[in-house]
Write a protein that binds this ligand. Structure first.
Ligand SMILES: [Zn+2]
Length: 133
């Protein structure tokens, strides 16, 4: 067992591993797989397999610079849905406030609940917008 661990350590030492893009691709593969199981559409299984091959090839890649650049582009292009999800999850935990995204800079803004229509002032860019609290 010790030799296997050493071999595994040497094998994975300079590999890229997992990042946000890989986790998202993996989640997409699982969703496509489940869609294929429940609908019986073969194309979903093919999509799932392609995504899984992408995940494994990215995780085992030795070109860390290129994989990091891909992940950075992914993070830049998905900033709005990731912040929307974060604002939604913060709002679930905090029942005294509501969380909104600034339409200009996508900063998460917190306002107290139950005050009717409020003018939200973005602390980052200074934009004002109206939301129900
Ligand atoms: Zn803003």
């Amino acid at each position: 067992m010790n030799r296997f661990r050493e071999w595994m350590y040497r094998f994975m030492r300079d590999r890229y591993g997992y990042d946000e893009l890989n986790y998202t691709l993996f989640a997409g593969a699982i969703i496509a797989d489940l869609a294929g199981i429940f609908t019986g559409v073969q194309a979903c299984m093919v999509v799932s397999l392609i995504l899984l091959i992408l995940v494994v090839s990215r995780a085992l890649s030795r070109n860390r610079v290129k994989r990091s650049a891909e992940n950075r582009i992914f993070r830049e292009r998905t900033v709005v849905p990731r912040r929307l999800f974060k604002a939604w999850s913060m709002g679930r935990k905090d029942k005294a406030h509501r969380y909104y995204l600034c339409p200009k800079c996508h900063q998460i803004c917190r306002v107290p609940r139950g005050r009717g229509e409020v003018n939200v002032h973005c602390p980052k860019c200074g934009m004002e917008f109206t939301r129900r609290s």
